[in-house]
Design a protein around this ligand. Structure first.
Ligand code: KG4
Ligand code: ZN
Length: 341
């Protein structure tokens, strides 16, 4: 048939990932290695991440091809993240991909990581029907927090973003203050289930202001102040920790919803609210996003969590979207500048 196959590589943070995807959207195989090397540092160490990508990529790609039963001669192009991301990992992944493309004499396609998150919802694997443009995307992870109006492949409008921390970063930092293991988001959500979300009033940065920028660092400070008397965390009662976790989760969610209401006003034609990024795994946030969408008669779409977090399928899918659009113009993109975070 006329389908082409893309080998895709993602290495912009702490997930080493590769996938093979066919131009009709069928995922033929995928592998993700989530680096454990950073756990005892309580955060991603860029140089360690880059070295780990370098170490894992060859094994991962080899076993991917083996398991998917795809041979090199069946791969038509190689795509890799060219940023934004931790630049060491981006250089490792994209150089590895370029070297492979050169040796196999096939095109290399550089992909923007944010664009890939933005186009993931159109992956046929995600819902039964193809999501049409335009849509509103709330991208929320440890590294990104922004709202994008997605008009078409290559046509994006940044409606607003964080002026300090990303939402995931705020979850991680507050979780760390509460003595929870890294990455803190899932642990904090679990603890919050035991707590009273109205126990503490916390600041709602930018709430009620125009636009759809976000700010979360004040929340972190509010939690630090509450924890001031508990320098020794072993004296912190679990019920109090749970109340703080629940109040934090409620406050950050309220703030996000308020900012997104503005985003919806800024993009009145949009009938779809989509989300992506690791924080989209949070059930409490997801529930409120869904409610917001229904209030505005919008459809809410959240990809399965493995496609919300960093993955290579989204890189391959973006290459396919770009190729389908540009091949018709007799132009095949193959290189873009590397961008740091
Ligand atoms: O997309 P991702 O895997 O990596 C990047 O940061 O690019 O997102 C990871 C982030 C971390 O900050 C993690 O704490 C957060 O997503 N996260 C959550 C939850 N699961 C993951 N935050 C809140 N609630 C969760 N259930
Ligand atoms: Zn990402």
């Amino acid at each position: 048939n006329n389908c082409f196959k893309i080998l895709a590589i993602e290495s912009s943070c702490d997930d080493t990932a590769c996938a093979i995807i066919r131009s009709d959207g069928m995922v033929l195989g995928e592998k993700v290695h989530s680096q454990k090397e950073h756990v005892h540092f309580g955060g991603v160490v860029p140089e360690i991440a880059a070295r780990a990508h370098m170490h894992h990529l060859p094994f991962l790609v080899n076993s991917l091809l083996d398991e998917a039963k795809v041979s090199w001669c069946q791969i038509d192009a190689i795509a890799a993240t060219c940023g934004p991301g931790l630049i060491g990992g981006v250089i490792v992944g994209s150089s590895f991909a370029k070297g492979l493309a050169l040796s196999k004499k096939i095109p290399f396609i550089g992909i923007n990581h944010i664009e890939a998150h933005a186009l993931t919802v159109r992956l046929p694997d995600i819902s039964n029907k193809k999501i049409e443009f335009p849509y509103l995307l709330f991208l929320t992870s440890g590294g990104h927090c922004q709202c994008i109006y997605v008009d078409d492949v290559g046509k994006y409008q940044h409606l607003g973003g964080t002026i300090d921390d990303a939402a995931g970063e705020a979850f991680d930092k507050v979780a760390k203050m509460l003595g929870l293991p890294w990455p803190g988001g899932p642990a904090l959500e679990a603890l919050a289930k035991e707590g009273n979300e109205n126990a503490f009033i916390m600041p709602h940065p930018l709430y009620g202001r125009d636009g759809c920028d976000f700010s979360f660092s004040g929340l972190k400070t509010a939690v630090a102040n509450l924890l001031e008397p508990y320098k020794d965390l072993s004296c912190l009662p679990r019920s109090l920790a749970a109340d703080i976790a629940a109040s934090f989760q409620k406050t950050i969610t309220d703030t996000i919803i308020n900012r997104l209401e503005n985003a919806i006003q800024m993009a009145p034609k949009t009938k779809i609210l989509a989300t992506a990024g690791g924080v989209a795994a949070n059930q409490y946030l997801k529930f409120h996003l869904m409610r917001l969408a229904s209030q505005y008669n919008m459809e809410f779409i959240a990809p399965p969590i493995r496609y919300c977090t960093d993955n290579a399928v989204m890189i391959g899918w973006t290459a396919i979207e770009i190729l389908k659009k540009t091949i018709t113009n007799n132009f095949i993109p193959n290189d873009i500048d590397l961008i740091p975070r």
